[in-house]
Design a protein around this ligand. Sequence first.
Ligand code: ATP
Length: 537
Amino acid sequence: MKSMEKIVSLCKRRGFLFQSSEIYGGVQGFWDYGPLGVELKRNLKEAWWHDMITGHNELAAPEGAPGTFDMVGLDCSIIMHPQVWKCSGHFDLFHDFMVDCRESKKRYRFDQVRGRWVEYQDKKIFVATMAEQEQELDEVRRRGMKFFKLRNKDADKLTVSDESLTIDKLESTEMVLAPDSKTLDTLTVPREYNLMFKTTLGALGGEDDTTFLRPETAQGIFVNFKNVLDSSRISVPFGIGQVGKSFRNEITPRNFTFRSREFEQMEIEFFCAPDQSHDWYRYWRDRRLAWYKSLGLSDESLIMREHHPSELAHYSVGTADIEYAFPFLPEGEYGELEGIAHRGDFDLRSHMEGKLDPKTSPMTVELNEHGKPKYRGSGKDLTYRDETTNEKFVPHVVEPSAGADRAVLAFICEAYTEDEAPDENGKMQTRTVLKLHPRLAPIKAAIFPLVKKDGMPELAQQIYGTLKKHFNVFYDEKGAVGRRYRRQDEAGTPFCITVDTDSLSDQTVTIRDRDTLEQWRVKIDDLTTELTKRINV
Ligand code: ATP
């Protein structure tokens, strides 16, 4: 049986993941990848980079694509100009909401995308549905208010104090909360927290030197849009990809690495002509789902959740989340792996001085007393001129934004399997095996001499030396061969290569497949070709 406890225990035991600063009691929301974990995560990021960026053939349209396109990469700094976060909307709007229960002293946060309050330690209290009444929501949007509709789930009641919303026992059913609500006079607002980590530039830094660790990699791409365009001979449509750390001061880091405070993202900003943006949105949404499947996530565990039109920002024609049935979630629930959003021209416009139209961007633009945007952009022209038609426009953006850590966790959860396999005496035993896709597996093959004598270790070491030039392989001569297999099964190593007495005379070895347990003989000279073929499936 797959359980989160077993998966977490395997991750620690085999060196995939450790709690950060564990010897000092750990620090919540931060994780360290161990020797196997770091290889798995690197393989995942390299698979993404290859499949999305460097392996992309810009001369031929991939299946399902509206046309040909270019893909390039970037690696931007984590700390950026503070104005970036004002113009992106993060400074004003990247907030979480928190409430406390006076009785139990428990703390709850509102998970905005999933639409529910969650206890600090994970217990669900309320299911909230946003925007059931369109009119109400429009009003809330117009006034720039946050809006929750709470439905009682567990016979608990909401009461309100001067400082915060509190949760007690009882039978209250539904209510709408808004920070400046006129309908509920007693209501004060749930406390709001900006999720960005603050830091200060320079030793003598004052308020003006306050800046932030980036909460997403995307803004680095937007502000470099012109640089990329001017320095590489690419034309719209094209995509810019970036892999890197992001930081969010999450109120409820939980579920292992799923919600961390420091995590890595793999993001693409795809720039296209406005009239083609719907087609490109559909293309990226389908392509990204297919990517997870190609690396082993099963159809049954994945869903594509299209956001309801009322959940969308006004500039967006669509947002879809790719979600995975993580074992820590109740049956039938899914957690987000990646969001694919049609962002219109909102981001590029926001970074152009004075080009924001407050009428069309009421949610993200705070106005000053003259009715002008409070935060002004860079003043740089970020429009694009089509060389063939000479048409000038602000490109629309489709953004597939994935989390590397959540993807690693999903692949580990999917791969974790308990099955039956014969031990060294031929007796069937339960074995734990990580059935990772060979491209993702931290170690591609392990090489064993059957016994530690008669020249077998020497030949096995020679093979190890040759294969090491091409793959991450592992040499092990300790203990019974059955036990060595078991250790590699738990590490997710797809192939074990055994050198036996026959190998010395006929220069062949046995390869054992981790999943099927099938064994076959291969010439030592053919090993590199054989492994290459089987890893890059
Ligand atoms: P959530 O609703 O779960 O907080 P989000 O919608 O805020 O996620 P995005 O801003 O769309 O997430 O970020 C894109 C991706 O980055 C997510 O799909 C997820 O894979 C990853 N991500 C976001 N926040 C975290 C986090 N705290 N820990 C780990 N990964 C994260």
